[in-house]
Write a new protein. Structure first.
Length: 65
């Protein structure tokens, strides 16, 4: 079963904020952390969920995740 989930990072609450993902996208996914706030990323990091990709600038320039 595949489930596609998405959320925004408009408040720089995760470790992907302000980073250049292109040099090591798998590493950025592997090291993803919620650094402040209550970002839904905590839900995504639970066992049995795997982040398969990150669409950079999906919601406009410099809007990641």
């Amino acid at each position: 079963m595949t489930l596609w989930l998405g959320s925004d990072n408009e408040n720089d609450e995760i470790s992907l904020a302000g980073t250049d993902l292109y040099p090591d996208i798998p590493g950025a996914i592997r090291d993803l952390r919620v650094i402040r706030g209550q970002h839904p990323g905590e839900f995504y990091l639970r066992p049995r969920f795997h982040i398969a990709g990150i669409p950079p600038n999906a919601n406009g320039p410099d809007k990641l995740y």
